[in-house]
Design a protein around this ligand. Structure first.
Ligand SMILES: Cc1cc2nc3c(=O)[nH]c(=O)nc-3n(C[C@H](O)[C@H](O)[C@H](O)COP(=O)(O)O)c2cc1C
Length: 203
């Protein structure tokens, strides 16, 4: 039986570019779980997510991506616990989020676990964050984002915080990941770099 006191966080890795964002999000979640044993990490890789990860990540990074979650679900497994409103996640982050996944969420096309789990979040009024990665955007993309926003989802494109002057793609992805996890209500604390113009070195 599932422990109801667990804080269950889900990550869907879709086929948009930015597999490194998923990897850094999972690494941060694992780091948080070290100090919070109630945190339980669920993940789903879509077919597209698996393909893009194979093109963007080294093989050891792909293996790490799949080993970090406590539960790695098959996207075709609609019998998984997180597919039910009786056993929902506390928060679900789709990172990176493709236009296909965004549109499927907007239209409740729940024939995959990733989209069913997202739909459950919306119907149960829980936190759903979509790190949509596409540019430029046509009206259909914007309308899908509007629909998800009106249903309670948070659209959070993974844009760089240039003012934090990231020195590498990994550092940039880590900054994005911390911001996304904070939107999921997680206590990222000092793991998230913040703009502090009043610090002595800059005043
Ligand atoms: C290397 C690569 C990069 C891609 N980047 C994007 C992207 O940034 N945004 C997007 O919406 N789709 C992107 N795609 C296309 C998606 O992977 C494709 O539409 C897929 O069907 C998405 O399905 P999913 O949402 O189930 O993962 C990319 C595909 C590849 C192979």
């Amino acid at each position: 039986m599932t422990n109801p006191t667990k804080k269950k966080i889900g990550i869907v890795v879709s086929g948009a570019s930015g597999s490194v964002l998923a990897l850094e999000s999972l690494k941060l979640l694992r780091q948080l779980a070290e100090t919070d044993p109630t945190l339980q990490i669920h993940a789903i890789l879509t077919d597209g997510g698996r393909q893009t990860a194979s093109l963007e990540l080294e093989s050891h990074e792909q293996a790490l991506l799949e080993s970090l979650p406590d539960h790695l679900h098959d996207d075709r497994d609609l019998t998984a616990s997180i597919a039910s409103g009786s056993n929902p996640l506390d928060a679900l982050l789709i990172v990176p989020c493709s236009v296909r996944s965004l549109s499927a969420v907007a239209h409740s096309q729940t024939d995959r676990l990733s989209i069913r789990a997202a739909d459950v979040m919306l119907k149960e009024r829980r936190t759903l964050v979509l790190a949509v990665r596409e540019s430029p955007l046509h009206l259909g993309h914007l309308q899908a984002m509007q629909m998800v926003t009106q249903m309670g989802g948070i659209i959070a494109p993974p844009l760089p915080a240039y003012y934090l002057k990231p020195q590498s793609i990994t550092e940039l992805a880590r900054q994005n990941a911390a911001r996304l996890l904070s939107l999921c209500g997680l206590p990222v604390g000092d793991l998230m770099q913040r703009w502090r113009p009043e610090t002595p070195s800059q005043s």
